[in-house]
Structures are given as structure tokens and as C-alpha cells.
Design a protein around this ligand. Structure first.
Ligand code: FER
Length: 306
């Protein structure tokens, strides 16, 4: 009997780590600093024909260090905010440095990151009155451009995996609202969805996710994060409250900060490490901010998601 107990414990000690995922911690100092001693990914600008808008539209593409045309990669579509365009993440968030550094530490699954222009209209620059109704509407129109024009273009031009399990969408603010709206509205296309500081364009929960059971079955990861001093936090909280009520597994991560790139860069840092890997939903409740990062998976976590 003793031997049997010992044997089962011995086996468990090997298999348990495969099922229990450590929580990803808050970004450490230096996570976004250029390191000369490591390989770097590459950024290209592409132009695709948009039948939705009737123009050629631009997007930036980050291919990872060691990128090979002989492999096939999952794809993250990473969306900007109301004051930006396809270059906003690059200029404000330096995602290529965050990702390069994560690759150097072996912390992420190789993926292609597409940085589109989410304002789907003829003049898609962020000039003039960025809150003008036609410009705000263009952020909703982008759903068609993304699904019908950009994704097919990427799948033709790059070596990518084309099933829903290998496609993620995330964004900041207006882009966070878009990621939630488009991701949850197209569960046949996306399994990984992240909203950082999502804006008022986020659909009301009942419209966003009328069928919570479908989301439970199909989503691999639903991530919602926000700075605690962000006046838009009500939109993240409203979504989180509904998901909690309907028992839809998700990560709700509130951290110090406002409506700015410090929060969004940390969102990318944490969210990207979870992508395209086995997911342990029991770790989701451990995503509670502490000064020293987040509690480790071995911590049973006293603060459960409400
Ligand atoms: C609003 C407040 C903020 C709004 C959009 C935003 C469309 C978006 C902010 C951002 O993208 O940073 O009332 O309405």
C-alpha cells in the first residue's frame, strides 16, 4: 500500500506541472528595452486591397526572430486606439522589443503579429476630430475589412495557421473594444481574445456575448485588463461582471495606472505569454495585482474573482 501511494505521488509530481500553469507576472524593469545581445524580429509594412473600403490599406507585420517561410505560425491581430493608426503600437509601445525580449527568454510561442489600421474609411489617418461620428463608425466597419480583406491577405502572403485555434485578437482602448466585439462575435474565427482598457465601443454584455455557453466551449483565453485609475474601467468591469455571472472563464486583471501605454505594454507582455499554449483556467483567479508581480501558482490565492 505504502509503495502504491509512493508510486502514485511520484507519478503525480511529474504530471501535475503539465496541468498547473504558473501565472504570468507583471512586466519587470527592462522588459521593453532594446537588447543588442539577442536576435530581433523584423517589421514590414504591407499594403492590401480592401474591398470593404475601396482603397489600398496599410498594416505593419512583426515576424519573430528566426522566422522561416518553411514553418507555419499562429497570428495575433493587435489593434490601436482612437488617436492612433497602424503605427501607434510601434511608436508608443515598442511591441517588437517586448516580444524580442520574451523570445530571448523562451517565454512565448513563435507567432506573427499584425498591426492593422482599425479605422476602416478612405482617409484613415488620425487627424482632425478623431471623435467625429464617421471616424468612430469606421472602427466598427473594420470588422468587415479584417475578416474579408486583411485576414485573407495575411493568409495568402505569410506562412500562417488558418484555424481559429491559431488566431488571436487583442487591442488597446478602441482596439480593445474592437477585439472584444469582433473576437466574441466571431468565435468561429478567434479563440484568443484580449481587451486592454477597452473603450465605450465595447458592446453591452448581452449583445457582446448572447450565448455564454458557446464562448465557454470555444474560447481558449479571454483576457480583460485595465488600469485602476482609468475612467473607462466601467466598460471592462461591466463585461467582467457579466462573464462572472455567466461563469465564462476569463482573466480580469486590474493594475495600478491610467489610460496609457504603461498598462497596455504590460497587457501585451502578460497576454502574449499565454497565447497558443495549453491553458489552465484554474489559474485565472490568481491574476490579482501585487507589488511584486502576481501570486505564484503554488499560492492557493485568497482573493477569488467575485
Ligand atoms: C469615448 C472615450 C474614449 C470614446 C472612445 C474613447 C467613442 C477611446 C479612447 C481610446 O481609444 O484611447 O467616449 O467614444
Amino acid at each position: 500500500m505504502k509503495q502504491l501511494l509512493f508510486a502514485s505521488f511520484f507519478l503525480w509530481s511529474f504530471t501535475a506541472p503539465a496541468f498547473s500553469q504558473n501565472v504570468v507576472k507583471q512586466a519587470p524593469d527592462g522588459f521593453d528595452i532594446l537588447r543588442a545581445d539577442i536576435p530581433h524580429g523584423k517589421i514590414d509594412t504591407v499594403s492590401y486591397a480592401s474591398a470593404t473600403v475601396g482603397t489600398q490599406r496599410k498594416a505593419l507585420i512583426y515576424t519573430p526572430p528566426g522566422f522561416s517561410g518553411k514553418k507555419k505560425y499562429p497570428v495575433l491581430y493587435l489593434l490601436h486606439g482612437i488617436g492612433g493608426d497602424e503605427k501607434e503600437w510601434l511608436n508608443g509601445g515598442r511591441p517588437q522589443l517586448i516580444l524580442d525580449n520574451l523570445y530571448a527568454e523562451g517565454k512565448i510561442t513563435p507567432m506573427i503579429v499584425v498591426l492593422p489600421n482599425g479605422r476602416a474609411m478612405k482617409d484613415d489617418r488620425a487627424g482632425g476630430d478623431i471623435m467625429a461620428p464617421d471616424k468612430v463608425q469606421a472602427f466598427a466597419t473594420f470588422e468587415k475589412d479584417l475578416l474579408n480583406d486583411l485576414i485573407p491577405f495575411i493568409e495568402k502572403k505569410y506562412p500562417v495557421l488558418t484555424d481559429r485555434e491559431h488566431r488571436a485578437i487583442a487591442g488597446l482602448s478602441m482596439g480593445g473594444g474592437q477585439a472584444l466585439n469582433f473576437g466574441l462575435g466571431n468565435l468561429d474565427k478567434f479563440s484568443w481574445v484580449g481587451g486592454f482598457s477597452s473603450a465605450p465601443n465595447t458592446k453591452r454584455p448581452e449583445e457582446l456575448l448572447p450565448d455564454p455557453e458557446a464562448a465557454k466551449n470555444k474560447l481558449k483565453l479571454l483576457w480583460i485588463s485595465c488600469g485602476e485609475s482609468d475612467r473607462l474601467i466601467t466598460f471592462s468591469k461591466r463585461t467582467h461582471d457579466y462573464l462572472a455571472e455567466k461563469n465564462v472563464p476569463h482573466i480580469y486583471y486590474i493594475e495600478p495606472g491610467g489610460h496609457d501605454f504603461k498598462v497596455w505594454k504590460n497587457g501585451l507582455y502578460m497576454f502574449s505569454q499565454l497565447l497558443f499554449k495549453p491553458v489552465d483556467i484554474s489559474s485565472f483567479q490568481k491574476y490579482v495585482y501585487t507589488e511584486n508581480g502576481t501570486p505564484a501558482a503554488t499560492d492557493t490565492g485568497s482573493s477569488k474573482q467575485p
